[in-house]
Design a protein around this ligand. Structure first.
Ligand code: ZN
Length: 429
């Protein structure tokens, strides 16, 4: 018997956590943080309905924080077992989890400085040190290897979403259960197409874009239009990008557009230490993505990397039109907030979002036409052009999800739709 309890990513795209009970064994599939609306983020502080010490293991589909970011807390609260993931996910968690701890520490420090919390002192959800301790629990398993754990086995398959991302097949006593993880796009320039499903009795599928079809235009052309339009106004283009995955794809397109002289030779900045490291990781995981070594070099060379805070601040002080790629992708934190504070209020500039914007984030508000956004406690007027290129997303759209589901040989006995806001999940159902 397999039993699944949905502890997160229900009615929302964040907080992925599924308790899977197989016989006497209990494993947690994904261990993500809630992000977006404050009511959701507050759920990160609630006690889990399961005892972390009673879990036999954790399985991660990929390194994005909404799938891995609760791990430091799980370990701090008593989890003693191993965390299984692909080698790519292990490498990316090595940069994403400590960064998440750092952001939590910064939030707490901000709350203490400005007395914005009812707790004195406000404490971080977890720290960089908690994240480093959690990383010691990771055990890598390659794609395609069926790995046995007592009564059941797991196999990771490339989900084509970001480096290391996997769908997870769980087999037990002649029954199979597939967790999609986040499903990528079949024709992404960086990631490989998601592997076909094959046989599965039960499927749990994400539905981030369950009610939408991505814009079919060529992303390179649309990006070129935006760069040229912004440059024509003498403005700067700020791109809040997910440091892992989307930042590299944007650089890939910008390198190609520059080489073909389809855009002017504006300075491009990759202002995210995490994105810089993630770009370097592409070399280490050849064969898991579509980029050649020459592509990796081109995307590394197109941008000036600004690892230090002083270099990051210098970008804002320089009035020359430019392109700034910086994290986080939904403008929920990170260095991009400093750039938005400087550039969002000027009509000449453009803020370009590159993927799904969860409800309650600054990204979602700006796309919906908010006249101002609150950054570091102050309202910043939004006068810049705001654009969102869905087609740059690392998620399959509704049609692509259905195509992927159709790779299931035979009809599964059940399909659970998860990881979507209610309208999207219902439309896909
Ligand atoms: Zn993801």
């Amino acid at each position: 018997m397999m039993r699944v309890t949905f502890l997160g990513a229900t009615g929302t795209v964040t907080g992925s956590k599924y308790l899977v009970e197989i016989g006497a064994q209990r494993v947690l599939l994904d261990c993500g943080l809630f992000q977006g609306y404050k009511q959701l983020r507050l759920r990160n502080w609630e006690r889990l309905p399961i005892d972390p010490a009673g879990l036999d293991g954790v399985i991660l589909t990929h390194a994005h924080i909404d799938h891995s970011g609760y791990l430091p807390l799980l370990v701090r609260n008593g989890f003693k077992g191993r965390v299984y993931c692909t080698p790519g996910t292990q490498d990316l968690c090595g940069i994403l989890l400590p960064d998440s701890g750092f952001l939590q520490e910064q939030d707490a420090a901000f709350a203490n400085r400005h007395r914005t919390s009812k707790h004195h002192p406000a404490l971080p959800l977890y720290t960089q040190e908690d994240a480093r301790v959690a990383l010691k629990h990771l055990s890598p398993i390659d794609y395609g290897i069926e790995h046995g754990f007592g009564d059941f086995s797991i196999t990771f398959r490339n989900a084509g979403h970001i480096l290391g991302a996997a769908s997870v097949m769980i087999r037990h006593g002649g029954m199979s259960l597939l967790f999609s993880g986040d499903v990528g796009r079949p024709a992404d320039p960086v990631t490989l197409a998601p592997e076909p499903i094959g046989e599965a009795d039960h499927i749990v599928v994400e539905s981030t874009y369950g009610d939408r079809i991505h814009d079919p235009r060529d992303p390179a052309e649309v990006l070129a239009d935006i760069v040229n339009r912004t440059a024509g106004r003498g403005g700067t283009l700020v791109i809040p990008a997910f440091a892992v995955g989307r930042a590299q794809m944007l650089l890939y397109y910008l390198a190609r557009l520059k080489a073909a002289r389809h855009i002017p030779d504006l300075p491009v900045y990759l202002d995210s230490p995490m994105a810089i490291e993630a770009s370097e990781m592409l070399y280490r995981h050849r064969g898991e993505h579509r980029l050649s070594d020459a592509d990796c070099r081109a995307l590394a060379e197109v941008a000036r990397e600004t690892p230090s805070v002083a270099e990051s601040k210098a970008i804002d002080a320089n009035p020359v039109p430019k392109i700034v790629v910086s994290a986080s992708g939904m403008a929920t934190g990170g260095r991009v907030l400093h750039h938005l504070r400087v550039f969002a209020s000027d009509r000449r500039n453009t803020i370009l979002f590159a993927g799904f914007q969860a409800g309650g984030t600054r990204g979602a508000a700006m796309i919906a036409g908010a006249e101002s956004v609150k950054i570091f406690g102050e309202y910043v007027p939004v006068r810049a052009e705001v654009a969102n290129l869905d087609m740059l997303s690392a998620h399959a759209d509704a049609g692509e999800l259905l195509d992927w589901l159709a790779t299931c040989s035979g009809t599964p006995r059940s399909v659970y739709v998860t990881h979507g806001e209610p309208a999207a999940a219902d439309a896909l159902r």
